[in-house]
Design a protein around this ligand. Sequence first.
Ligand code: SF4
Length: 217
Amino acid sequence: MYSEDDYLMISGIQHFLFCRRQWALIHVEKQWADNVLTYEGQQLHTRADEPKLREKRHDLLTTHALKVHSPQLGLSGICDIVEFRQDPEGAKLFGRQKRYQPEAVEYKRGRAKWDLSDTYQLLAQTLCLEEMFSVSINQGWLYYFETNKRQKVVFTAEQREDLKKKVDEMHQYWAKGYTPKVKTGKWCQRCSLKDICLPELLKNRSVPDYFQRRLTE
Ligand code: SF4
């Protein structure tokens, strides 16, 4: 069980999958956290409002901006939307007679990606919901603005295991305060931190070392 101080942000999983160094620059070194996370927060969660249950139909409740966490995985985050569908096998909700099965819905700017970053972010939210509500949840939903499509994502046992391993690796880096060295590739061209990561200059150095050297030159 992790303490709240060691919870890592679910939104960081997409950075970690893209490049471990990018994730560490943002989440471990926190040198660029304000810029990147503030921008992402504005872009992705402009719809967020106070969490409260809303009844859409008699068998469906929705909640926006629900804070979720998992002491077992040491993760926390905010779900864009969680839908609670009436289900006798579902969770007991405060103030409700019936039981409800929760499923996360995550909104994304572009279109479906070739990698698993959106799926793993949704799965991490789902693992938190499972722990918070003591239920098993097989699926979630990704909604892409560009294509205006809502896509069902059914999680596999392999994805669950793989995500847990990656989150474990994130915690190891976090505990050691470790930022992986630069490993350049064509993916660097798409990296929002490429100007500050300085991949060619920093192949064998850390960012603080680099700036220290620049300041003393
Ligand atoms: S520039 Fe390349 S090595 Fe540096 S953080 Fe971005 S993807 Fe990673």
